[in-house]
Design a protein around this ligand. Sequence first.
Ligand code: G1P
Length: 297
Amino acid sequence: MPTPVTKAIFPVAGLGTRFLPATKSVPKEIMTLVDRPLIQYAIDEARAAGIEEFIFVTARGKSALEDYFDHSPELERALEDKGKAELLDALRDTYMESGQIAYIRQHKALGLGDAVRCARRLIGDEPFAVILPDDVIAAEEPCLKQMVEAHAETGGSLVAAMEVPTEKTSAYGILDVESEEGAAVKVRGMVEKPKAEDAPSNLAVIGRYILSPAVMDHLDNTDKGAGGEIQLTDAIAREIELGAPVHGFRFKGQRYDCGSKAGFLQATVAFGLDRPDLRDELRAFLTEIISVQTAAE
Ligand code: G1P
């Protein structure tokens, strides 16, 4: 039996420049889909997968994130007094016990690989998960849970994967596929953000990883790569070179790229339509606005 995965790293140090001016004072991860911040979706997914320790790699200007996970006795009392049981539950979902959560500062924006490396002392010698909260995945069985189950079979390192249009490969880590083994795909190489003509496939890495602790050691020896940043993809590729098992995992679910405005808006609409209290009104509005726009064209 492989060691269970109980620790997850959440790299949340990014500047969120694509969402300026909003992100001037609000961390991108606090931006909300309907009424829950992006980070809450990531936490819920991690909890459902059995994660017990949550490690946030943060940076200057991200203190609102730390406040978000704090207990809030005044708010709790006010909701209790008013008998607002549902809101109380939603509030309690945000709570983290002190020993469950750790914050580490990434002092310089050197890339995703560097952010993950900042957490190495807390990981030790166990496999660990990495969740990029920008990638929101709606799924019947939460994506990381699917991966934990698959990892029990594959061992080694496992990265979420999905086909992307060829012209988009330069926005992703791309897998060089050796063989298909059901939902798991054996990988013989990985390259970060290749141009379409250089991409070994159009199977892209999506922001969920279960990694062998050896990846942390490789990160120590990884030079700057694509975009002049230390890339997590390059450290995982090193594992493959050393003969360690690395698989892609074709998860079941719909992924939204909430790091882009279009993806964020799509997720907002999809999650809104999924909510029984909002569905009818939102649907009627969308139908109307689309017909008005179509008529005007
Ligand atoms: C990061 C990773 C990339 C991965 C992507 C998934 O890139 O470096 O390999 O495909 O997340 O969202 P970023 O989107 O941070 O540029």
